[in-house]
Design a protein around this ligand. Structure first.
Ligand SMILES: NC(=O)c1ccc[n+]([C@@H]2O[C@H](COP(=O)([O-])OP(=O)(O)OC[C@H]3O[C@@H](n4cnc5c(N)ncnc54)[C@H](OP(=O)(O)O)[C@@H]3O)[C@@H](O)[C@H]2O)c1
Length: 281
């Protein structure tokens, strides 16, 4: 990659996206900061000669195409795409409406799909580029109440990025997944989290306790998004950026637990598992 890269960041009007935009600008890169309301980007990041603010709702494929076109028109190229925008549809699966579940998938799975689809022709023409997707520890393991829709979308982007990687590698394009643990952004605020309305008596007491626990975490998360943003800028500058980055001590612990769990599960019924081929195979 060239020394001064052009970054396109989704959800850059609030939360982690603002910190990533600031960190990239501070490192001397150009930034296309996108948000549902582009004015929020300039308000949060501040005016900068290397900052272009663009409207982009990631659920709108045409808007994603337009944002990439605006980036290339202004800066002549595109080097780093950051699929960051996100939201949280929280609640017990049985109490969540189908619309809420679908809206989670639209934002945090189809959002990255739309933006990546829009960016790849440009990256392929350049024969270089990096697609970074902010997944979550919930994309690695999520034995946690209220996260079925969110984890479904995050496991989805994990598979999407992992399978895309070999398809685009011959064109000099790499992918990077970032799995943050708990970071102190606005994700658990009412602007970003929607809780399912309690409706089933069997869940009532647990719903009350779980809601309280999630709400209690808003504003008290341990992770510092500014530090994460600076770490991401450093990782992108490496000759070989990691395919996955566990962001936070809690994320590292969860990676290790999941890796051990998979080993245990693979071994648990090993004889039966390996006995399933045709006799002539
Ligand atoms: N914070 C954590 O603990 C944590 C942990 C794991 C993963 N993550 C992931 O980190 C990413 C950033 O989240 P955050 O923590 O910074 O949360 P946040 O503070 O709530 O910010 C979310 C951002 O996404 C934007 N957004 C939501 N829906 C959008 C859409 N349809 N189109 C465009 N932008 C949209 C929001 O913009 P508006 O102002 O327009 O709503 C906002 O800028 C997300 O993918 C999240 O899942 C966060």
């Amino acid at each position: 990659m060239t020394e001064k890269n052009v970054w396109l960041i989704t959800g850059a009007g609030r939360g982690l996206g603002v910190d990533i935009a600031k960190a990239a600008l501070a490192a001397g890169h150009a930034v296309v900061g996108t948000a549902r309301d582009a004015a929020a980007v300039t308000a949060a990041v501040g005016e900068h000669q290397d900052l272009l603010a663009v409207d982009l709702d990631v659920t709108d494929p045409a808007a994603a195409q337009a944002a990439v076109a605006a980036a290339v028109q202004r800066f002549g190229r595109l080097d780093v795409v950051v699929n960051n925008a996100g939201s949280f549809q929280a609640g017990f699966f049985e109490e969540m409406t189908p619309e809420a579940f679908r809206s989670q998938i639209e934002t945090t799975l189809f959002g990255p799909v739309n933006v990546t689809r829009a960016a790849l022709p440009q990256l392929r023409a350049q024969r270089s580029g990096l697609v970074m997707t902010i997944s979550s520890t919930a994309g690695i393991a999520s034995p946690v109440e209220f996260t079925s829709a969110y984890a479904a979308s995050k496991f989805g982007v994990e598979g999407f990025m992992e399978a895309l990687a070999p398809e685009v590698a011959p064109f000099g394009i790499t992918t990077m997944l970032v799995e943050p643990g708990f970071f102190r952004t606005e994700l658990l605020s009412p602007q970003s989290t929607q809780y399912a309305a309690p409706s089933i008596e069997d869940y009532a007491e647990r719903a009350r306790q779980t809601l309280e626990a999630w709400k209690g975490m808003d504003g008290t998360q341990g992770g510092d998004p500014a530090k994460l943003a600076r770490a991401l800028v450093r990782l992108v500058a490496l000759d070989e950026p990691p395919a996955r980055f566990a962001a936070g001590a809690d994320a590292v612990a969860l990676f290790e637990q999941k890796a051990n769990l998979l080993l245990t599960q693979a071994a648990a019924h090993r004889d039966l598992s390996v006995s399933l081929a045709h006799d002539d195979a």
